[in-house]
Design a protein. Structure first.
Length: 446
């Protein structure tokens, strides 16, 4: 694991015209009316009480800060104490976000020093609570909000971005946030949180990242009825209107930031795969839920196969869940088996998918195009002996089935781990409702 360590020495020396997070290139004006205030209001240039006496004079900060000049380490101790005093995980999340919005150097140093403790607060599972309460806890703008009513002005909106140079965009439409469903504008918490991890763990310059929310409305009745909701108060657009909205965004990004990496995050299954296929050859882009999850799961399966001495192509894989992540994992497993010498038809015969309505079988009428590619003939359901097939009902639920062993998302046969997984899921959703950590609740990041 690589953590960013930010110290005072990372800043340009006084007098060269810049201050801020290393590599940001954030320009500040010389001494003049209000110039010090502008330095303090920009989280990329603000160092708070860590500004030296010389910097305070050169940047017009004299009198705008308490007299004591602190080291970054002293600032971290104070902020960590304030963090520990917060009563709930959501309060701790808000505390960290407020610090990020005022002093990014201090924020990333604090997170880097306490990464294991703060990772589940900064991102999953606490970010789910923050997304649900986004309009309530909103304090300062971060990133770009692109609403459907402004679809004709997307190039103008992109030109309004905080920094000219951008290396990474994380974009969502908030329709499928974690396991919480449609959170509308609250989905912005995911791009903000994900990009924060990219800086804290990957060292990406925070000044060159851009979170984006495509506000296509929401079908969450609770949000539409909430007088505090900050998003476009309208049912979600669908069909050709939605496709045109996304295309306008992509074409504007290609024109304005042709070399940027565009990451799709938390799009509904019905949109995620088609969007990825449509634009993967037009600009540098990927879908974390599909490709990122698939890469991690395939690595685990490959390591397990190597440890047992049984090639992955000879395994039978059962996937619990047929969303964009589950389908992405299965397709990656199929490709790996084909690369190992199997024909695609034979590889697909070794991958079974179960969703809330049962096994994906060819007779089901409720499957999307990507799910139908992984549907199995009902007669192919394996039995307890040679030639003895299990029967499925019309929804794809086997009348008799072997009990699987849970291996994260991918399942094999053998014990009761799915029941433990179900209890963990129940605990997680209980924690979402109560805002209190529960035993067994997920604590890692996606």
């Amino acid at each position: 694991m690589t953590c960013v360590r930010l110290t005072g020495s990372d800043l340009p020396r006084p007098g060269d015209g810049t201050v801020g997070v290393a590599g940001s290139g954030a320009q500040v004006m010389g001494v003049g009316h209000g110039s010090g205030v502008r330095v303090l209001e920009d989280p990329l240039t603000n160092k708070g009480t860590a500004f030296t006496e010389e910097e305070r004079s050169e940047l017009g900060l004299r009198g705008l800060l308490p007299a004591v000049v602190e080291t970054l380490e002293q600032q971290v101790r104070r902020r960590y104490q304030a963090y520990q005093e917060q009563p709930t995980d959501v309060a701790r999340h808000v505390n960290l976000r407020a610090l990020q919005d005022t002093n990014e150097m201090l924020f990333y140093r604090l997170v880097a020093d306490h990464i294991e403790e703060m990772l589940p607060i900064l991102y999953t599972p606490t970010v789910g609570l923050a997304c649900q309460r986004f309009s309530e806890i909103y304090r300062r703008p971060r990133g770009l909000f692109i609403g459907y009513p402004d679809r004709d002005r997307i190039p103008e909106i992109l030109r309004n971005r905080p920094r000219r140079e951008v290396d990474v965009i994380v974009v969502t439409d908030g329709q499928r946030v974690l396991g919480l469903g449609d959170q509308g504008i609250g989905g912005m918490g995911i791009p903000i949180g994900k990009l924060s991890l990219y800086t804290a763990l990957g060292g990406i310059d925070p000044a060159r990242t851009l979170p984006v929310l495509l506000d296509a409305g929401t079908d969450n009745a609770g949000l539409l009825d909430d007088p505090m909701y900050l998003g476009w108060r309208h049912r979600r657009i669908t069909g050709a209107d939605y496709d045109d909205f996304v295309d306008r965004f992509v074409q504007a990004v290609r024109a304005e930031l042709p070399n940027v990496l565009l990451q799709w995050e938390d799009f509904a299954t019905s949109h995620a795969l088609p969007i990825l296929e449509r634009y993967r050859d037009q600009l540098l882009s990927f879908n974390d839920d599909i490709q990122g999850t698939a890469a991690v799961v395939l690595a685990a399966l490959s390591a397990g196969a190597a440890a047992t001495g049984v090639r992955l192509r000879d395994q039978t894989v059962v996937m619990l869940g047929a969303g964009s992540a589950g389908i992405g994992v299965c397709e990656q497993v199929v490709r790996s088996m084909v690369a190992d010498g199997l024909k695609e038809r034979d590889a697909r015969a070794r991958v079974w998918v179960v969703d809330v309505n049962g096994l994906l079988i060819t007779g089901r009428t409720d499957l999307g195009p990507a799910q139908r590619r992984l549907a199995q003939p009902p007669a192919a359901m394996p039995g307890r002996g040679p030639g003895r097939a299990h029967r499925c009902d019309r929804r794809g639920t086997p009348h008799r089935a072997h009990r699987p062993i849970d291996r994260g998302r991918c399942l094999h046969r053998g014990d009761r781990a799915p029941h433990r997984r179900a209890r963990q899921a129940a605990d997680y959703h209980a924690a979402i409702q109560s805002d209190q950590p529960q035993r067994g609740a997920a604590t890692g990041s996606r």
